[in-house]
Design a protein around this ligand. Structure first.
Ligand code: ZN
Length: 331
């Protein structure tokens, strides 16, 4: 999936457009004020000429003598204060003649230093979601549409001593805590149980809550995950455009990674080692993962090696979900 170059360019053009609009708005405000309050123009002109003079003096004076610069700073400071107070007394905010930004972190450039700004990450993820159709799914599958009524409350499970309904209440409670504490506590969830008991629905509920609170969430089926990881491993040598590997790098640094239906892919030594690398990398970064799977813990150990098993059993909250196959029940 990933972003191709033209999608990345489209995002960057949007930043250009946003900056241009803010600049036009600023020019408009400047014109307005210069018309109404000519003194402000005089002050701005003075500040510019003093700054230019200051720059020249700095060039000439190479002896480390900063006295002149201090005076210039003082002068500019005094003029700025006068400007602010004139604006205030005319009923304008002090920063009326300052550039405004949609994102103050990156000043609408998309980059905070060398790093992608949160707004750029969100824009990229937005496009990635459009491609994966997750938004449509989340409109249907979320906590508002979640229902306990499909879970049986008569038969107790031999292993847990709880009915499917009682168990589901516990599971949902754990998921709610996971969401509520998401920014404070690093946690992972391992949801396992038979097909059709509501694991994917529940992970969608969590995804929606966290996306709505502007967390970056990447949702991938296990099959897709290993395709991406394989692509990233085998194509790295000719990967010259950074945006095309965005999805692969987002797998490592998005706030939450959801791996759905682990075990449905073709399991081999590559999947075992890349699953370990993926969850290990996220563990090192203290970034949460939710895994949903039909595999029992014994099958997990047999299919993905001891180190995957040990990583998951020691760092993940294990949530077994059971009940009737909802897909049969709802038909
Ligand atoms: Zn930004």
């Amino acid at each position: 999936m990933g972003l191709n170059t033209s999608q990345y360019d489209a995002i960057m053009r949007e930043y250009d457009r946003v900056r241009l609009n803010h600049k036009r708005d600023l020019d408009e405000r400047v014109r307005e004020i210069y018309n109404k309050i000519p003194r402000i123009k005089e002050i701005n002109d003075s500040i510019s000429s003093i700054s230019v003079a200051g720059a020249k003096r700095m060039l000439l004076d190479n002896t480390g003598n900063t006295l002149g610069i201090k005076d210039i700073k003082k002068e500019i400071e005094a003029l700025s204060q006068e400007k602010a107070s004139i604006l205030r007394s005319n009923g304008y905010p002090e920063d009326y003649l300052s550039m405004r930004y949609t994102c103050n972190t990156c000043k609408d450039t998309g980059y905070d230093g060398h790093n992608k700004c949160h707004c750029l990450k969100n824009a990229i993820i937005e496009i990635l979601y459009q491609q994966s159709n997750i938004k449509d799914v989340l409109k249907r599958e979320n906590f508002d549409s979640f229902s306990f009524s499909h879970y049986d409350n008569t038969t107790k499970d031999a292993a847990t001593g709880m009915t499917a309904l009682e168990n589901m209440h516990n599971v949902v409670k754990t998921c709610r805590t996971f969401i509520d504490e998401f920014d404070n506590e690093y946690r992972n969830l391992y949801l396992y149980g038979a097909t059709g008991v509501g694991k994917t629905f529940l992970t969608n509920c969590v995804a929606k809550e966290l996306i709505d609170s502007s967390h970056s969430v990447i949702y991938v089926s296990a099959i897709r995950l290993f395709e991406i990881l394989a692509g990233n491993t085998f194509k790295r040598s000719n990967d010259n455009a950074a945006p095309s590997s965005d999805l692969a790098s987002n797998l490592h640094d998005c706030d939450l990674l959801i791996i759905d239906d682990l075990g449905t892919e073709l399991v081999n030594s590559f999947t075992a080692s890349s699953l370990f690398n993926c969850i290990n990398e996220r563990h090192l970064r203290q970034k949460s993962v939710i895994i949903s799977t039909n595999l029992s813990l014994a099958e997990l150990r047999a299919n993905y090696s001891e180190r995957v098993f040990s990583r998951i059993t020691s760092n993940y909250t294990l949530l077994k979900i059971y009940g009737e196959d909802l897909r049969m029940k709802l038909r």
